[in-house]
Write a new protein. Structure first.
Length: 97
């Protein structure tokens, strides 16, 4: 998988009308707020199991993607299920294999 910056570069080059991001509404709001205020999000804490084993982009890597989408006028569509639902499913599978 590529980086958030590689995705941002592709968005700038292709100028799509819509960009789908694998973020739930809550995480999308956190990344957008951080990006707009210029306060970078750090990597997940060592205790954040999902943040550390997730195979895709981490939350702090979405800033450049959202900025690129905004720059080309693309609508951003967060398409992931709520993080609490994912955590619940993971916990259930860990406790009930």
């Amino acid at each position: 998988p590529g980086s958030g910056q590689e995705a941002a570069d592709a968005i700038k080059a292709l100028a799509p009308r819509q960009v789908m991001v694998e973020l739930c509404q809550k995480r999308y709001g956190q990344v957008l707020s951080s990006t707009m205020m210029g306060v970078p999000l750090g990597p997940p804490s060592k205790l954040d199991l999902l943040g550390n084993i997730h195979g895709g982009l981490l939350q702090h890597e979405f800033g450049p993607i959202l900025q690129a989408a905004r720059a080309v006028g693309a609508a951003v569509l967060p398409i992931d299920r709520p993080q609490a639902a994912t955590r619940s499913r993971v916990a259930h599978r860990l406790w009930h294999p």
